[in-house]
Design a protein. Structure first.
Length: 119
């Protein structure tokens, strides 16, 4: 699977690029230098997205917070919410952090969020 990385850009430059992408099945995994993923995480998330209905745009994994010594700090983000999650996300960001998610590019392309002012 081809990947593309943007050094020190965070999620905002990626969101700015997404409206120019025309590929139907492009996935965006906003992982950065302080994230640790299990080796199969991305593979499992892609499989989940590709085996789901075309309207599914985001999948996520549970996550924990750790410190620089890889020790748990108490943050644990888990949820079994699935389906149409917009209302639940407005109420509480149950995913926990962007780095535990994988999004289909069309989600960002269709987003009502204006990215022009994101820095």
């Amino acid at each position: 699977m081809p990947t593309e990385a943007y050094a020190h850009g965070g999620l905002c430059p990626l969101i700015k690029r997404a409206p120019h992408v025309t590929l139907e099945r492009l996935y965006i995994a906003p992982i950065d230098a302080d994230d640790i993923w299990y080796p199969q995480n991305l593979e499992k998330q892609v499989k989940c997205l590709t085996s789901s209905a075309a309207s599914v745009g985001v999948v996520y994994s549970w996550s924990v917070d750790i410190n620089e010594k890889d020790l748990l700090t108490g943050g644990f983000y888990n949820s079994t919410i699935e389906g149409y999650v917009y209302t639940a996300l407005i109420y509480k960001y149950f995913i926990g952090n962007a780095s535990s998610s994988l999004s289909a590019a069309f989600v960002l392309q269709k987003s009502a969020v204006t990215t022009a002012n994101l820095n």
